[in-house]
Design a protein around this ligand. Structure first.
Ligand SMILES: Cc1cc2nc3c(=O)[nH]c(=O)nc-3n(C[C@H](O)[C@H](O)[C@H](O)COP(=O)(O)OP(=O)(O)OC[C@H]3O[C@@H](n4cnc5c(N)ncnc54)[C@H](O)[C@@H]3O)c2cc1C
Length: 201
């Protein structure tokens, strides 16, 4: 069984933002560069239906699928990040030794899990937290995983719309970055924010 340090379930906006923030930290932190990260995605991001006019820093009329593809490509530029297509059906185990199973029968081991599965129906066994009506959903039938400030247990994180973020690109991306920063901080042992600074001259 292949083993990872972090498995991110969902390669939409929040999952890829989380992966990119984790990957980019490797340039500054040796401990981050050593971590193996896997993103498993079922390919049903809400971004696939969006055309964007209200996202800071992104051109007016940007097409969601193109933006999603560029985020996926960006995440995979980091050597320690892999992205695969798959539908996670079950998670089991405890912090440090979780198992993640997909519909097609693959099983992966991981130290930490991030649920970044959006606000659509959540059909994953063993989450270990209640799935409830979404607190900020624009329409009925949308759900989220009940959480405490983005955590549902030791080394178990939930992010983006799955965690209750409002259905906006910027909110989901921001939540993903925050989850990554929380994970990096656990690796380092104190709260740690990685920034790149404009070079002088
Ligand atoms: C029609 C439409 C228009 C929109 N327009 C705008 C807009 O104009 N501006 C704006 O800011 N936002 C817009 N949005 C919202 C934006 O797309 C979302 O806020 C954003 O995609 C949420 O990111 P997320 O990562 O939380 O979820 P998503 O991007 O939906 O990603 C969740 C991912 O998890 C995957 N997943 C789920 N379950 C599993 C599983 N069991 N195993 C593996 N993978 C799984 C899904 O396949 C999906 O790829 C729009 C959304 C829609 C639907």
């Amino acid at each position: 069984m292949q083993k990872y340090d972090v498995i991110i379930i969902g390669g939409g906006v929040s999952g890829l933002s989380c992966a990119i923030t984790l990957g980019s930290a490797g340039a500054k932190l040796e401990i981050a560069a050593e971590k193996k990260i896997l993103v498993i995605d079922a390919g049903k991001s809400h971004l696939n239906m969006a055309e964007l006019y209200n996202v800071p820093g992104i051109g007016k009329g940007t097409k969601g699928p193109e933006l999603l593809a560029s985020l996926a490509q960006r995440a995979q530029e980091y050597e320690n990040i892999s992205l695969i297509a798959g539908n996670v059906v079950e998670v089991s185990g405890n912090a440090g030794e979780f198992n993640v199973n997909t519909e097609s029968g693959e099983c992966f081991g991981t130290v930490a899990i991030v649920f970044a599965n959006g606000m659509q129906t959540i059909a994953i066994e063993g989450i270990g937290a209640d799935v409830v009506d979404h607190i900020r959903a624009p329409r009925p039938g949308m759900v989220m995983i009940k959480n405490d400030n983005g955590k549902i247990g030791e080394s178990k994180y939930v992010t983006g719309c799955a965690a209750g973020a409002t259905s906006m690109f910027a909110s989901a991306a921001g939540y993903g970055a925050q989850t990554a920063t929380d994970i990096i901080s656990e690796w380092v042992g104190k709260y740690t924010v990685i920034h790149d600074v404009l070079k002088k001259g």
